[in-house]
Design a protein. Structure first.
Length: 89
């Protein structure tokens, strides 16, 4: 996996819902910015095999195949978005 360097990782306002996000691809995060809020999710770490003399380490390859959606958070965001838009009328 190639290391991606993002010069300025702050792309959203601190007091508003995110409007943009960095895209993930098969190799991990990219420096390409996409519009909209990224769906909530988490990465499932896969530990390295056990060895008696070496310390255990978690693999740090955060790729799409390890991404699991966080359905509850995504449902709440959807409901709250509808409530906040209704309050603007």
């Amino acid at each position: 996996m190639a290391d991606t360097v993002i010069e300025n990782p702050i792309i959203n306002h601190p007091y508003a819902a995110p409007e943009r996000h960095f895209r993930f691809d098969e190799d991990g995060i990219t420096d390409h910015v996409e519009e909209g809020r990224r769906p909530s999710g988490y990465f499932v770490p896969i530990p390295a095999s056990r060895k008696r003399s070496a310390q255990l380490q978690l693999a740090t390859e955060w790729t799409r195949d390890r991404l699991r959606p966080n359905d509850l958070v995504n449902q709440l965001r959807s409901q709250l978005e509808g409530v906040s838009e209704a309050g603007r009328d």
